[in-house]
Design a protein around this ligand. Sequence first.
Ligand code: 26Q
Length: 755
Amino acid sequence: MLNLNERAQAQFNQPLSELSHAEIYKILLDLVQEKTAAMPQNEGKRKLYYISAEFLIGKLLSNNLLNLGLYDDVAAELAENGTSLAEVEEAEAEPSLGNGGLGRLAACFLDSIATLGLNGDGVGLNYHFGLFRQYFEDNKQSYKPDEWLDHPTWLNKSDISYKVPFGKFTLQSTLYEIDVPGYNQPNVNKLRLFDLDTVNPEIIEESSINFDKTQIEENLTLFLYPDDSDRNGNLLRIYQQYFMVSNGAQLAIQEAIERGSNIHDLAEYVVVQINDTHPTFIIPEFVRLLTTEHGIDFEEAVEITRNVVAFTNHTILSEALEKWPLSDIHEVIPEIAKIITKLDEIIKDEFPDKPAVQIIDKWGTVHMASIAIHFGFSINGVAALHTEILKNNELNHFYEIYPEKFSNKTNGITFRRWLMASNPSLTNFIDEHIGTKWREDADLTDLLAFENDDKALDELRRIKRENKNALADHLQRTRDINIDRHSIVDVQIKRIHEYKRQQMLALYIIYKYHEIKAGNIPGTPITIIFGGKAAPAYTIAKDIIHLILSLSELIENDLDVAPHLKVVFVDNYNVSEAEYLIPAANISEQISLASKEASGTGNMKFMLNGALTIMTWDGANVEIAEQVGEENVYPFGKSSEEIVNLYATDGYDPQDYYKQERIQPIVDFIISDELMAYGIPERLNRLYNDITNKDYFMALIDLEEFIDVKEKVYYDYEDRRDWTRRSLINIANAGYFSADRTIAEYNKDIWHLDQ
Ligand code: 26Q
């Protein structure tokens, strides 16, 4: 018994049953904070700093209760008092500290690092308004600041603070910390978020996300990825990145010295994993700190740094590989610009005939990935296919020099959040059928024994139905959206990007709309759900949102079609929305253009929750098919080799596909009068022209095959028993995608922390 009622009396002078959700939330927040504050930190000579621009941690109450072993007791006491954790958690604001997969991966990793008892903290920034809060108006994406800090949070203010010297001024940081307990572990780690006391929300213009980009003291930690379409925006990003890494490096060095390092042996005490290139300035920053603050000569400082830093790459898209003009770096951080120039000289001396591996190119642009690969000791990709493409294509010049630095670490997800906390009915089902050992080792294969057990399959169907009801209630309560509770739930949730091909699913919707109009009624009504944000400066991505919202409205208003097909775009998609959507889904849309999705992690969450995957041969989809068997997924589309080859030979022309009989009317519908009644001509025309003339991410190349596979999927769903059987097989084979497995691999091959 936790005696929540006593706490209710002490804190609010009322019994628990009289308190609001927000008040109960506060009680539970305090309870958990007291527990974790009393737990010792993980220890060990060597410590990991996982440094990342994003930590998409989601709400923490359920997850922390679960990891601390308090979940069942709290749930029981709340039930006795007429409420539930789900209701209480509605009062928690989701921290807005991330954007997509890279940020959520960092959060899953923190959970696994703590669960494996490893000595490792996260390091990042405390963005006051996060990315942005997305809402829809006139079928368009609009923006608000995400005011998550106005609610009670898990942040604890520390007394740690560092001076960060920019060229023109010095800023003093404040460190906030969030405790990270592992599952059933006696010790905790921390997520450490640096901030600036002088940040001033007042500088944001009324009902917008615009602000004066030159007021660094006031704007530095306002937003994640502030608009960088002009020079001041670029400079602000450099200010942010340097502020993050300078604090991180100073923290790592100080703590290493406290644990006994004499600085020369820093690499025995510290390993820094940089999450994509955003924290790459930590390399020259270590060199600066070691030389100027700790009296080490330049050569040795470079050598020490090289043994401390490891780099994870999350993309092969060239536009996402960070490059900065040296002059911009010089303007913000002249000392760092000088060190980068010296590092570049080392590389130019060593590899005079290899311009592809240079740090500073002939236009004076600094390639951040080059710094990370030359001056880190490890580089890894995030899925087997992705790592092969890095080695053989994108980063081949580096692989030839440093084959020993390259490795693959296929991504994973924490089963604590993505199964135990978000899908308690399925969790109970698993416990009842195979016991609870899977909670430790993620091995679910014993479920395969129930493949033909009618009782178990019926139970599994009932769970999916319940989760659909929970989703339907949620959409109804939060957005006044009504979905058919008996429909097949088909979901694509991820950042909006052409390579992920939300537009291809939109084109399929146009196809299906006309099929239904023609009288071909699907056996079961279909609900297709999208969620995701478009980067504010990414015009085509915003046009894709507009197309989907316009289609949704058109279908809603068509009384012939509406009973059979519904299209929902969930606004402000985030971790909390995912926790409703994924357990309810029947179909997982993983349809990126082959070779472009580094891994995907949503794909793993859907599989674990019993959805069947429609997939291209891309990222970790390849490994999902390998684990579950090709007969239990729905693959289609061109292979990554074919696509890589098409890019190399400039061999794709959308007109070749547009002219196909089935395709042309679908694409033309984008600019039809019918759709224009709900859409904006400028946007729909722009998207139409892009798809028919450019289609850089080849939405049309796989459309024929996609339509056929979609039709097969809906047809197969009519055999509920066999569908549920394959759903069970998917769940049973998801164990490989546990982040605990991924983290064990990082530790064995890269970090070498004591356990
Ligand atoms: C780059 C240049 C300038 C400004 C911003 C950026 C930028 C910002 C965010 C580049 C990349 C990102 C985010 C990338 C991301 O989320 N990648 C995803 O990482 C997941 C975890 O490894 C993978 O599963 C996904 O496949 C990958 O898309």
